[in-house]
Unconditional design. Sequence first.
Length: 182
Amino acid sequence: MAIYPITIENGVGDRITFVRRVRGSASDRLEVEHALVPGGGPPMHVHHHQTETLTVREGRLAWQRPGEAPSYAGPGETVVFAPGEPHRFWNPGEGVLHCAAAIEPAGNAEYCLAALYDSQKRSGGRRPNPFDAAFLTRRFRGEFGMMIPPLVQRFVFPLLLAIGWLLGKFDRYADAPRPVLR
């Protein structure tokens, strides 16, 4: 069992603190704190079975759904993304954005976020290593997805997975949990 809080960093300044995991009668809720540097935030993604809630504590949050213009939220405002709703969010300001957030049901969100941040940190950029992205999106496809072009997911990712297995690139995921949400 994890001892909270746990803070992870992606190598460009964004931090997520896993505050706690709250057991509910139907599911667990993962409570987190985001600290996003200017321009920081995750790419367009989707949680297939999870609700993601963000409440701005300090700064300004920009968020967007595909095909829509960006929207903004300030301190005290809350944004909710329903299961299956692709979205992205970022810090459009000049200072650090602080948000409280929750993901419910928690599923493997903690593991996935930590693995993605670790991959970003190791690759020195804003995006995870393509091998890691291929592995994580395939392994946890029932829980989340990144909005990557379908041709890449259908043809490039399987190739990356095959090469990655041959080269031992996925050994770091030996402890990866089993998918829990389908």
